[in-house]
Design a protein around this ligand. Structure first.
Ligand code: DC
Length: 204
């Protein structure tokens, strides 16, 4: 059983994917963390995330089973992740691990940008979790305890643009994805809607 949860930054897909995994007793993988690990490694090496060679080397040398670094959630690391994620060789280096994880029994929930389209096009259930840029920026502002809403909104917009306009595996809903717009929902409502969508689609 493979559940793909895709969507833009701060739409709530991580929370929803985690809740689905807990509810159905499946494994959970936050694939954004893999790209964040590559971005963090490049920054720590003192390089620019646009430096292709450095990003490709970091992706090749990654231990994907170990992502506990406290700095992974920083906004600077998120932005670096989005930049290295444009590079096809970086994406290719992370693919086998994600596909191997998806095959874990009794099932797996993966969240990201291209799970339903590229990593697991045959996923049993695909959710595309989204929300308006304003709502996502408010949530991210709260999460980061940031002062300036406009700065956070600007970062969200830049990330949306980069993630959806890149040539390799851009952020887009799979044709067979269930779209879940969480703009008007709180966490409980969004989680309940996701569980209902999976239950309705689940193949027994
Ligand atoms: O979900 P996140 O914010 O932690 O992801 C960070 C960046 O990683 C995101 O802006 C784009 C990239 N990413 C990706 O390209 N493909 C994925 N499956 C997951 C994340």
């Amino acid at each position: 059983m493979i559940i793909a949860v895709d969507g833009p930054a701060a739409a709530g897909k991580g929370t929803i994917a985690r809740a689905l995994a807990a509810h159905f007793g499946y494994h959970f993988l936050d694939t954004g963390s893999l790209y964040r690990m590559v971005g963090l490694a490049v920054l720590r090496a003192g390089h620019d995330p646009h430096d292709r060679g450095s990003a490709i080397a970091a992706a090749a040398g990654l231990d994907p089973s170990n992502f506990t670094d406290g700095d992974l959630r920083n906004e600077a690391v998120g932005a670096a992740a989005s930049i290295v994620a444009v590079i096809p060789e970086v994406r290719a280096a992370l693919l086998d691990f994600q596909r191997g994880f998806a095959r874990r029994l009794p099932g797996a929930v993966l969240d990201g940008r291209d799970i339903g389209t590229v990593v697991c096009p045959d996923a049993d259930v695909k959710l595309f979790v989204t929300a308006s840029a304003d709502v996502r920026a408010r949530r991210r502002q709260k999460e980061l305890d940031a002062d300036d809403f406009e700065t956070v909104l600007q970062e969200i917009r830049e990330r949306d643009l980069r993630d959806s306009q890149r040539a390799a595996a851009p952020l887009t809903a799979a044709a067979d994805a269930v779209i879940l717009d969480t703009s008007e929902m709180d966490v409980e409502e969004a989680t309940a809607a996701a569980i209902a969508a999976v239950t309705a689609k689940r193949v027994f």
